[in-house]
Design a protein around this ligand. Structure first.
Ligand SMILES: [Mn+2]
Length: 489
């Protein structure tokens, strides 16, 4: 499956040549990720690749809103979980033996008050604003680099279409799944999208599995994110706010959230998302089956213009191209046929997009969490992905877990230092620490783009050896292992 990894020296050489010829645009000023653009990329290249972003979209599937609304109306029978069976053994055997039961995944969608079916954007429908609102829309666009004016009109707990493959609602999960802490990190997030993110988790997660929601405020400057947010969130006992005194960037903000998390599993989410029904249990089920599995939901698209909730193609996996550029690639047709893959089966991925995933908390720390030498944002998804695969884990996309995400044309906030340099420096560090001789592929591919100095090696070896020593293999062993498995040797 891991075609992004290569094995022999010949292939290495071919990749170096290819990488040297390829060009990479340093520009990140792409238009917002409309489905059309993504599909064109796929047609042209087979693989969609862009600047490294932790929050890339799957290719969008075009579907009429009518179909979506029909899906929303479909009533799901919700069965409440029965308590796990506990058999107390008789005689001298005093320890209880748990016989885990299973239940149909809970398709919960609670609200505090009845939903208004006529509300703006209800059911994830596209909203076309009259032309007279254009000036207002443009005025507020830069607050979040999406249609903030429209977002503010949409209920914070709107319904979205249930976009899961048909049989997901029938799938079984264990009664005794681990609990999770959901961590949102944000800086100057738009009020309505932050609230919608939090409500979607509160409304659509089984309460016994949601230990808490931690909001990490990475030194926001907006007034409404201070007292007003404290007051609003105080009505939800499960929501806690952690304030960072100085801007730390996404990577260290996540570490701050993880440090105080009480759940057995950490679930990282972006702060401009909407979780779909039944999103959580399928993720926790994978961790329950193997604590080293790192499941990611399918990332669906909330339009930055009309705020509609859009379906994405199935069978997409996260890959990277040199120089460690994240992208999506469809699982080849023959692989789907050969493995008799269903649209509900987990899809193993070499790397994750990075914005949304669950991970066993203990395993996260066994992996050394994120390399603290990484700065602000960028490259952390590559770092954690390599460590997961080298250290006994697996990254999976879970088609029965779906989360909508607003894809913005650009980051609405500033990097403390130069954005491109920060990301490249992070990627170079990841290559230096983990990729051994494969790091040459990174530097060769980078050359047409920019010239950077490799980071000083001080401390890098120590960082790696701390984790590699006991539980991890190196990149060569990983590549060889994947190759041999694929060839059934
Ligand atoms: Mn995002």
């Amino acid at each position: 499956m891991q075609r992004a990894f290569r094995t022999s020296k010949n292939v290495l050489k071919a990749d170096l040549d290819k990488a040297a010829k390829s060009t990479h645009s340093p520009s990140d000023n792409k238009d917002s990720k409309t489905g059309k653009k993504v599909e064109e990329d796929l047609v042209n290249n087979g693989v969609k690749v862009s600047q490294p972003r932790a929050d890339e979209a799957h290719p969008v599937k075009t579907i009429s809103q009518q179909t979506l609304v029909k899906d929303v109306d479909r009533k799901e029978e919700v069965k409440l979980s029965s308590k796990p069976d506990v058999n107390l053994m008789s005689g001298n055997h005093s320890s209880p033996v748990r016989k885990p039961g299973v239940h149909k995944v809970l398709s919960l969608d609670a609200t505090n008050s009845p939903r208004d079916p006529n509300a703006v954007g209800q059911f994830g429908q596209a909203v076309i604003l009259p032309g007279s609102k254009d000036a207002e829309v443009m005025k507020r666009w830069d607050e979040g680099h999406f249609n903030v004016y429209l977002s503010d009109q949409i209920p914070v707990d709107r319904a979205v279409p249930d976009t899961r493959p048909e049989s997901c609602a029938q799938s079984l999960v264990h009664d005794d799944l681990p609990s999770t802490t959901v961590i949102f990190c944000f800086v100057d997030e738009v009020w309505s999208t932050l609230l919608r993110s939090v409500h979607s988790v509160l409304n659509r997660s089984p309460p016994h599995l949601l230990k808490e929601i931690i909001l990490v405020d990475d030194a926001s400057t907006k007034d409404y994110l201070k007292e007003q947010l404290d007051k609003y969130m105080s009505q939800f006992p499960k929501v806690r706010i952690v304030r960072l005194k100085e801007r730390q960037g996404l990577i260290r903000a996540r570490l701050a959230g993880a440090a105080v998390a009480k759940g057995e599993v950490l679930t990282f989410l972006d702060s401009h998302i909407e979780c779909n029904v039944g999103w959580l249990e399928p993720l926790l089920e994978r961790v329950y089956l193997d604590r080293k599995k790192v499941p990611c939901p399918v990332i669906e698209v909330i339009s930055d213009k009309d705020m509609s909730y859009m379906l994405v193609d199935n069978f997409q996996r996260g890959i990277f191209k040199w120089p460690l550029v994240f992208g999506w690639s469809p699982v080849p047709e023959n692989v789907i046929k050969k493995n008799n893959m269903k649209d509900t089966d987990p899809i193993r991925c070499p790397v994750m997009a990075g914005g949304l995933f669950s991970i066993d908390k203990k395993y996260f720390y066994e992996l050394g969490a994120y390399d603290p030498g990484l700065d602000v944002w960028g490259g952390e998804n590559m770092e954690i992905s390599f460590k997961i695969w080298m250290c006994g884990g697996e990254i999976e996309i879970i088609p029965c877990s779906r989360v909508g995400h607003i894809f913005r044309g650009q980051n609405p906030y500033k990097f403390p230092k130069d954005r491109q340099k920060t990301v490249e420096r992070n990627l170079a560090r990841v290559a230096e620490v983990w990729l051994d001789e494969y790091k040459d592929l990174f530097y060769v591919a980078l050359q047409p783009w920019t010239v950077i100095q490799p980071p000083k090696r001080d401390g890098l070896e120590e960082y790696r050896s701390r984790f590699l020593k006991d539980i991890c293999i190196n990149i060569n062993q990983l590549v060889r292992g994947c190759f041999l498995k694929e060839k059934n040797i």
